[in-house]
Design a protein around this ligand. Structure first.
Ligand code: COI
Length: 367
C-alpha cells in the first residue's frame, strides 16, 4: 500500500478565537510580526502524510530529543504574497520554491512531499489570513515554510517523523537603504562538495558570529569570498550581482554560477531572465574574483553592485571593505541621494511590477 501524500482536499481549518489587530505598514520591519494562523502537516514513516491543518498561530510541541534540535535537520523557504491594485493576491514563481524545498529536504533525508498539493495548502493559508497582505507597493506578506525532522532519536540516522509548517509575516523593506559589505576570505559560508546550494538552517547559524563581527565594525553584511583567488560568491541573505565594463570593454551583468556554492535564488534567476530579455548587454553567470572587482573599481569600470533575494528584493551596495581598505561603489553618479543605481532600479521596478500585477506575467500566480 503506498503511503498517503499531502492531500489539500483534506485540509482542516480551525480559526482563531483571538484575532490580532491589523498591522500598520509604517511599523512593519522585516520578520517580527506574524498573522493569526499557520499551516501544519505531519509525517510519519509508518502512516505517511497526515491531513494538512490550518490552525491558530502558536508554539509547536516538539520532543526535546527531536532530530531538528540535535542535528539541525531543518530546511526552509522564503516566498511572498503581493496585493495587486485590483485586490488580487499573487505569489511569485512559487513552484521554484517548492522545487528548492524538495531538493534541500532530500539532502537531509526528509521525506518527499507532493509539491502541487503543498502549494495549494499554502494558498489556502494566505487566503485565510489575506487581511494581513499589505496594500502598499514595496510591502508584502512573507511566507516562511519550514520542514523539520521531529523523531525523538539520538542515533545519527534519518528522521522517521517530520513536520512541514508554514507561517506568515507582513513585511516592509529588509534594507530600506544602500548597504556596505565586508569581504571575508578568512572563513567560508560554503565550499566545493558542501551544502551552500541548499536552503538549510545549518548554513545560516555558523555565519552569525562573523556577521555580527562586521556589524560591530559598521558594515551591514559579509560578502563571502572563496579560495585562494578570492572568488566572489554571495552575501548569505542575498545573491550578489555586478554591472560593469569587463576587461574586454563590454558592458556585462555578472553573478556567480550555480556551481554548488551559492543558493539558487528565485530573484537572481528572475533578474537574469529580465536582463536577457532586454538583450542590451552581456548577461553572464561566471566566476569573478575580488581582485578583478577591485581593478574595475580603480579603473572606473564598476557601474553598479547589488544584492538580490526574496526578503531584500534588490539592494544597492555602496561600499565594500577588502583587505584593510574600503572601496566606494558608485550607486548613481547623477544622484548622490540615490538608494538604487539606474540598472538596479530598472530591474527592481520590472520585478515589482510583475509581483504587484501591474505587468501581466505567468510568474505572478494568484492564490
Ligand atoms: C529570503 O530572502 O527569503 C531569505 O531566506 C533570506 C533570509 C536570511 C532573510
Amino acid at each position: 500500500m503506498p503511503q498517503p501524500n499531502i492531500d489539500a482536499s483534506k485540509l482542516k481549518v480551525t480559526l482563531t478565537e483571538t484575532p490580532k489587530p491589523d498591522y500598520d505598514n509604517k511599523t512593519l520591519s522585516f520578520g517580527k510580526n506574524f498573522t493569526d494562523h499557520m499551516l501544519c502537516i505531519k509525517y510519519t514513516e509508518e502512516n505517511g502524510w497526515e491531513a494538512p491543518e490550518i490552525k491558530p498561530y502558536g508554539p509547536l510541541a516538539i520532543d526535546p530529543a527531536a532530530f531538528v534540535l540535535n542535528y539541525s535537520v531543518e530546511t526552509f523557504e522564503g516566498m511572498k504574497a503581493y496585493r495587486a491594485a485590483d485586490g488580487t493576491i499573487n505569489l511569485f514563481r512559487p513552484s521554484m520554491n517548492m522545487q528548492r524545498l524538495s531538493t534541500s529536504s532530500q539532502r537531509i533525508k526528509l521525506p518527499e512531499f507532493d509539491q502541487e498539493q503543498f502549494l495549494q495548502c499554502i494558498k489556502e493559508l494566505v487566503k485565510v489570513d489575506q487581511r494581513f497582505v499589505p496594500d502598499q507597493y514595496g510591502y508584502s506578506l512573507y511566507i516562511r515554510p519550514n520542514f523539520i525532522g521531529t523523531e525523538p532519536n539520538l542515533n545519527l540516522m534519518y528522521s522517521k517523523e517530520a513536520l512541514l509548517y508554514v507561517y506568515l509575516s507582513p513585511v516592509g523593506p529588509y534594507f530600506p537603504r544602500t548597504v556596505k559589505l565586508y569581504a571575508n576570505s578568512e572563513q567560508a559560508r560554503a565550499w566545493p562538495g558542501g551544502v551552500g546550494n541548499f536552503k538549510l538552517g545549518g548554513n545560516y547559524a555558523p555565519a552569525l558570529k562573523p556577521a555580527m563581527d562586521v556589524v560591530a565594525k559598521g558594515y551591514d553584511q559579509i560578502l563571502w569570498l572563496l579560495g585562494e583567488d578570492h572568488y566572489v560568491t554571495e552575501v548569505g541573505t542575498m545573491n550578489f550581482l555586478i554591472f560593469w565594463v569587463n576587461e574586454d570593454g563590454e558592458k556585462e551583468l555578472v553573478t556567480a554560477p550555480l556551481d554548488g556554492i551559492i543558493l539558487p535564488g528565485v530573484t537572481r534567476d528572475s533578474l537574469l531572465a529580465l536582463a536577457r530579455q532586454w538583450g542590451e548587454f552581456k548577461v553572464s553567470e561566471r566566476r569573478v574574483t575580488m581582485p578583478e572587482m577591485i581593478r574595475a573599481i580603480a579603473d572606473g569600470r564598476m557601474l553598479e553592485a547589488f544584492g538580490a533575494g526574496t526578503a531584500c528584493v534588490v539592494c544597492s551596495v555602496s561600499e565594500i571593505f577588502y583587505e584593510g581598505k574600503s572601496y566606494a561603489i558608485p550607486v548613481d553618479p547623477s544622484n548622490p541621494d540615490a538608494v538604487f543605481g539606474p540598472l538596479t532600479n530598472r530591474l527592481r521596478t520590472e520585478l515589482l511590477d510583475i509581483q504587484y500585477g501591474k505587468t501581466p506575467s505567468p510568474w505572478a500566480v494568484p492564490v
